[in-house]
Design a protein around this ligand. Structure first.
Ligand code: UDP
Length: 456
């Protein structure tokens, strides 16, 4: 930990688990490099201030009603937050920037910049008017970040029925997605998204720099070059920050700590970990297919079913008692897991994943091969990277069916194909690990970021 450098960074995370984790982890990194940290946050999904006693937390009202907080349409939530946080955020930031009275602690510090999410579209013009440099964090990988700006252009494609013969055709504007992925990605997304994307593009271009929490130099090199050309702002690919600090302190739900002692009792690389992240939902019928798939595979499993993840149900009560008894013989079902510690555990042999970017990066960092079951948004692209570019996983192609799940688990844990996937994953893990070591690309990029923040 470096001593205080007299500079303060203001951070404003988007209140979604997948965005909060990298932002707070970045705050921890910067704090360890001598920066003081102020986190401005919404009331909705507020981070736990008591877990970070060295940061200053300032809550702003976000105007979301209880019903709006529960709405599963994430893009709508983001749009509403962008409308309703404008004045409370402006008031809080303006107050922070007022010259401090010379008697107070703050007088010795200079606020150097604002770091927030690319999806906070109202903050760029505000920061500019206050003469405060703004850096933005993208919680996706570079290929998705670049490709998602082509959505308005691709939308008309989905007005026509998709022919079987063209399902697997590549989509040039959004590689490596296939046509069928675009249909799923846009399913239920209204045209209001297009205006949001247009503003994300413009405000990112006007920002003072773009941060990816990924080893993009190694994992997504061509897209990184393209992004540098398109945006013409400094781009930092600092690596997945959980390698430096774990995310458990940023978890919005309480992790079930009995997972680890349970894993301690299992054989090496024998357990399949199942989790679909903090947002994805499934139907009761799909819950049952996963349950039967796990049971029939006869492999040990650790399965996270979030409260609220099964549409119309409390939790897992749809699983008949008899099946539940059989599931308990081999596995454990929890409501939330300490995922990073789980993936690190020697007993984990594979991860049946929704392929959120954080989860995908965490799995690669621990060398855990995946079975991919993406639901929405960038999950679709991450799954294509896992299975087709890096070849470190098996794709279920949206078949939430017991036989498919059973077959994929056995293949990954017991068969030669699974062994080959595991070997490739080992190499990928080493590549990512080297990037984070001294003089690796992510290491250097983080140094550049720290220098940039000091130079503002
Ligand atoms: N996570 C966790 N416990 C769980 C499930 C998920 O701690 O039981 C964490 C996981 O480690 C990751 C984050 O929640 O850091 C999920 O982010 P991701 O981008 O993978 O998916 P999202 O939730 O945004 O769909």
């Amino acid at each position: 930990m470096e001593k205080s450098n007299g500079l303060r960074v203001i951070m404003f995370p988007l209140p979604l688990q997948g965005c909060l984790n990298p932002m707070i982890q970045l705050a921890k990194i910067l704090h360890s490099r001598g920066f003081s940290i102020t986190v401005i946050h919404t009331r909705f999904n507020a981070p736990k201030a008591s877990s970070h006693p060295l940061f200053t937390f300032l809550e702003i009202p976000d105007g979301l009603s209880e019903a709006e907080e529960k709405n599963p349409d994430v893009n709508l939530t983001i749009t509403l937050l962008n409308q309703r946080c404008v004045s409370p955020f402006r008031d809080t930031l303006t107050k922070l920037l007022q010259p401090a009275d010379s008697e107070t602690e703050g007088a010795k510090e200079r606020i150097t910049c604002l770091i927030d999410d690319t999806q906070w579209i109202f903050t760029q013009s505000l920061a500019k008017s206050l003469n405060l440099p703004r850096l933005v964090v993208s919680a996706s990988n570079v290929s998705f970040f670049l490709g998602h700006f082509s959505i308005p252009q691709l939308r008309p494609l989905t007005y026509l029925p998709l022919q079987d013969s063209e399902k697997d055709d590549p989509v040039e504007e959004f590689p490596p997605l296939r046509k069928k992925d675009i249909y799923r990605l846009l399913d239920g997304e209204s045209e209001t998204l297009d205006a949001l994307l247009n503003l994300i593009y413009k405000t990112t271009k006007a920002s003072s720099g773009l941060i990816f929490v990924s080893c993009s130099e190694e994992l997504d090199h061509d897209a990184l070059i393209q992004a540098r050309q398109d945006f013409q702002v400094p781009i930092f690919a600092i690596g997945p920050s959980h390698n430096r600090f774990t995310a458990s302190s940023t978890s919005l739900l309480a992790p079930d700590e009995t997972c680890i002692p349970w894993l301690d009792k299992q054989e090496d690389k024998s357990v399949i970990y199942v989790s679909f992240g903090s947002v994805a939902t499934i139907k009761e019928s799909e819950l049952l297919e996963v349950a039967w798939g796990l049971r029939n595979s006869e492999q040990p499993f650790l399965w996270v079913v979030r409260v609220g993840a099964v549409v119309g149900a409390e939790w897992i009560e749809a699983i008949p008692e008899e099946l539940m008894e059989r599931l308990k013989e081999k596995g454990k079902v929890v409501k939330w897991a300490p995922q990073q510690d789980v993936l690190k555990h020697r007993a984990i042999g594979g991860y049946l994943s929704h392929n959120g970017w954080n989860s995908t990066a965490e799995s690669i960092s621990e060398g855990v091969p995946m079975i991919c079951l993406p639901f929405v948004w960038d999950q679709m692209l991450n799954a294509r990277f896992v299975c087709e570019k890096w070849m470190v996983g098996l794709h279920l192609e949206n078949r939430i069916e017991r036989n498919e799940i059973d077959r994929a688990i056995r293949c990954l844990l017991l068969e030669a194909e699974g062994e080959a996937i595991r070997e490739r994953m080992k190499l990928l893990k080493e590549k990512v690990g080297a990037s984070l070591e001294e003089n690796g690309s992510a290491y250097r990029s983080l140094e550049d970021l720290v220098d940039q923040i000091k130079s503002f």
